[in-house]
Design a protein around this ligand. Structure first.
Ligand code: DGL
Length: 269
């Protein structure tokens, strides 16, 4: 394939949600080339069997390694909690994943109650159980699966009546329990943060993990084969497995905040 950036950092998600992570990485490392893969044709991951999610994560990781990328960021909590050990076994290239920000929420709470919004797969995962046991055993944790929200973001419906209806339904058990920290445990929900903040009110802190990922990348930068130097801004390549690339490209452009006409290529895996 021509025109793909060599030595880039590869970033992937089940769809457009990981653009929030991509932005944080770009802000932290503006000179780096970045390749983004939106697996929108297979979203949502969170309702699928673990084996199907792991297989998609393997295929996309191999695609990114083949470019070649010098690091792969799994900008998806669901794929991270299920597939990271398998992906790391494929390569010596650094594979960086994400997990819900349960630890900082448990440290910050004053009410002693924290809430976590994530996909069904993430909420039911061993990783989340382990995070709660290690870091949040002294507080009450309300875990809330949110089916339907990823689809709303994929469609670009960030503040429609249906999105607000779903959010009210998912936030009400958290508010009733007295949370003062809400963890966004899915990268798609970043794009709903303003609506979520409005619904929970100013006394509740909303935590999202994109900045933490960029810091983690920095902490592991010694493992990368050199960060790019000089003043030149890094380039971007965008891929999507969406059936309708024009529609998907429009949503990606809106969330990324830049015209991407003709720039989103079909994902060949
Ligand atoms: N952005 C993905 C995550 O962080 C969404 C997973 C899905 O497609 O259900 O979990």
């Amino acid at each position: 394939m021509t025109g793909v950036l060599r030595g880039a950092i590869g970033v992937f998600d089940s769809g457009v949600g990981g653009l929030s992570t991509l932005r944080a990485i770009h802000e932290a490392y503006p000179h780096e080339h970045l390749i983004y893969v939106a697996d929108s044709g297979h979203a949502p991951y969170g309702d699928q069997p673990a084996g199907a999610i792991i297989e998609r994560a393997q295929r996309i990781t191999q695609f990114l390694l083949d470019q070649p990328c010098k690091a792969v960021v799994v900008a998806c909590n669901t794929a991270s909690v299920l597939a990271l050990p398998t992906l790391r076994a494929m390569t010596t290239t650094p594979i960086i994943g994400m997990e819900p920000a349960i630890k900082p929420a448990a440290q910050a709470t004053r009410s002693g109650v924290i809430g976590v919004l994530a996909t069904q797969r993430t909420i039911g995962s061993e990783s989340v159980q382990r995070l709660v046991a290690h870091y949040a055993s002294h507080v009450k944790v309300v875990l809330q699966a949110c089916p339907g929200l990823v689809e709303q973001v994929e469609a670009g419906h960030l503040d429609t009546p249906e999105t607000v209806r779903l959010l009210r339904a998912y936030l009400s058990p958290l508010c009733d329990a007295g949370v003062d920290q809400v963890v966004l445990g899915c990268t798609h929900y970043y794009f709903l943060r303003e609506t979520i903040a409005r619904l929970v009110g100013p006394s509740v802190n909303v935590l999202e993990p994109a900045q933490a990922i960029a810091r983690q990348l920095g902490a592991r930068s010694h493992l990368l084969s050199g960060l790019r130097e000089g003043d030149a801004q890094g380039g971007f390549s965008f891929f999507s497995s969406a059936r309708n690339l024009d529609v998907a490209g429009d949503v990606m452009a809106r969330l990324w905040g830049m015209d991407l006409t003709g720039q989103v290529r079909p994902l060949p895996v």
